[in-house]
Design a protein around this ligand. Structure first.
Ligand code: HEM
Length: 114
């Protein structure tokens, strides 16, 4: 079950990154918001289950990952709501950078650190 939710988290992370890369968050608003919400819920579940017996340094890195991930999700919600062209450009850039860092950190935490 825990592994299934970790894979779901990974799949959702890829969906969100794809929507951001293709600049389709606004057009696929409901999909984007549903994916962001599920990413948050599966992430919170992963956090609660994986914080038991973590490798040394896990808490510090996982905490930073969660904060950057939350930034990416906040930008996705703003993009789904929509704004001026200039703001949307800025939000997309911020979301792409944060999602990329979070993706890398998540894969490191799950597959290399433990
Ligand atoms: C755009 C946002 C996010 C992206 C791109 C992302 C990406 C990832 C990826 C790729 C993994 C590794 C999955 C695997 O190896 O199968 C992961 C793991 C994880 N994520 Fe996220 N994530 C995001 C948001 C969040 C949020 C909001 C939380 C917490 C509320 C969270 C908590 C976690 C935890 C605890 C793990 C497991 C770490 C471990 O195994 O030690 N993530 N994430």
């Amino acid at each position: 079950m825990n592994d299934a939710l970790l894979y779901l988290h990974l799949a959702l992370a890829i969906v969100i990154s794809g929507l951001l890369l293709a600049s389709r968050v606004r057009q696929w608003r409901w999909l984007s918001m549903a994916a962001a919400l599920l990413l948050l819920l599966t992430g919170a579940h992963n956090f609660a289950t994986r914080m038991q017996a973590p490798p040394p340094g896990w808490h510090a890195l996982a905490g930073i990952k969660v904060l950057i991930g939350l930034h990416a999700l906040a930008m996705v919600f703003l993009l789904a709501r929509g704004g001026t062209e200039e703001k949307e450009k800025r939000w997309r850039k911020g979301a792409l950078i944060s999602a990329g860092i979070t993706l890398g950190m998540g894969l490191y935490l799950s597959n290399i650190m433990r």
